[in-house]
Write a protein that binds this ligand. Structure first.
Ligand code: NAI
Length: 319
């Protein structure tokens, strides 16, 4: 079974998420090999990583204790998957979200890996029981789901297959901590894991409120960005309850009936109809027109905000 030494990291798929993983593992001092079915993608990824690391270093935001050149020297491209698997202690799959493609890749890996390496998928919503069904090395498999953009948002959900060995979870948990991510253990697989279940619960209610004309789309977003989101960046919904009264027991005594009354009024799953989608889109486009230039600029601004927030969180934790 998996040893406690993480070893080198192999990343399969050098798109958006593969590139971010490469930077994160290098920031933790790990040797990283990047593989892609398209060799040009690897070349592009290496160039993009170099540029991003230099910018991060200049702004004092490069993660880890190594310089950008030291981190860059740890990352290399590779074109032979079989050779790349040798010496790898952790393999992070980052190919497009397609069950058949991912299953094919894990079946291929199953034939060539030893019984030590951890096989991990970045999938956002495919269940481990589907991805890893029938693999000889299933004990070494799990989902490690990052949040976009992973360099700035540290959460990763670790989701086991029913047969994943506890040692695989433990070792991956420690590896994620080592590279500065915040792992959480999902004990048992479930559709949407935890993050997307919470996200979709919020989207569902947001949509109903807008569709029923109770609040405008831009005000709805403000409820989160200037309201709930302010504290959720630091404390979760459960701790919020704990602090908003004299502890959790007191909160539930005070607000149990009110919460239940409101929760009973939640409507059915929205069908995200064309009419409401257009209404919401129109409102979104007032501030951010949906062309690549405006969307790109806004994403850059969002990443800058997240980067500063991450710094603030680190400062607050060390106080
Ligand atoms: P992407 O489309 O940017 O990159 C996928 C890469 O995989 C491409 O470079 C492609 O050439 C390569 N590829 C395709 N077939 C391959 C094969 N057989 N072998 C090796 N490489 C192959 O996709 P992205 O956004 O990086 O997503 C990757 C995974 O991460 C998906 O499962 C996605 O659900 C998950 N994810 C994505 C997030 C996001 O916001 N983009 C957030 C969290 C997880």
């Amino acid at each position: 079974m998996a040893s406690s030494e993480p070893g080198d990291v192999l990343i399969l798929g050098s798109g958006l998420i593969g590139r971010s993983w490469a930077m994160l593992f290098a920031s933790g001092g790990f040797k990283v090999k990047l593989y892609d079915i398209e060799q040009q993608q690897v070349t592009n990824a290496l160039e993009t990583i170099r540029k991003e690391m230099k910018i991060l270093e200049q702004s004092g935001s490069l993660r880890g204790s190594l310089s950008s050149e030291e981190q860059l020297s740890l990352i290399s491209g590779c074109s032979n998957i079989q050779a790349a698997v040798e010496g790898a202690g952790h393999i992070q799959e980052c190919v497009p979200e397609n069950l058949e493609l991912k299953k094919k890749i894990f079946a291929q890996l199953d034939q060539i890996v030893d019984d030590k390496v951890v096989l991990s998928s970045s999938t956002s919503c495919l269940l481990p029981s589907k991805l890893f069904a029938g693999l000889a090395h299933v004990k070494q498999c799990l989902v490690v789901h990052p949040v976009n953009p992973p360099y700035y948002v540290p959460l990763v959900e670790l989701v086991p297959h029913p047969e994943t060995a506890p040692a695989t979870m433990d070792r991956t948990y420690a590896l994620m901590q080592k590279i500065g991510q915040s792992p959480v253990r999902i004990m048992k697989e479930i559709e949407g894991f935890a993050l997307n279940r919470l996200q979709y619960a919020i989207i569902g209610e947001a949509w109903r409120l807008v569709e029923e004309g109770i609040v405008s789309p831009s005000d709805l977003d403000l409820v989160m960005s200037d309201g709930l989101g302010m504290r959720y960046a630091f404390i979760g919904p459960l701790e919020t309850m704990h602090l908003n009264a004299e502890g959790m027991l007191n909160y539930c005594d005070r607000y149990r009936e009110g919460m239940k009354r409101v929760l009973k009024t939640f409507g059915p799953i929205p069908d995200f109809s064309r009419a409401t989608t257009e209404k919401v889109n129109q409102a979104m486009c007032v501030n951010v027109p949906d062309d690549p230039e405006h969307l790109g600029a806004r994403r850059q601004w969002r990443d800058e905000c997240l980067l500063r927030l991450a710094k603030l969180k680190r400062q607050m934790q060390s106080q």
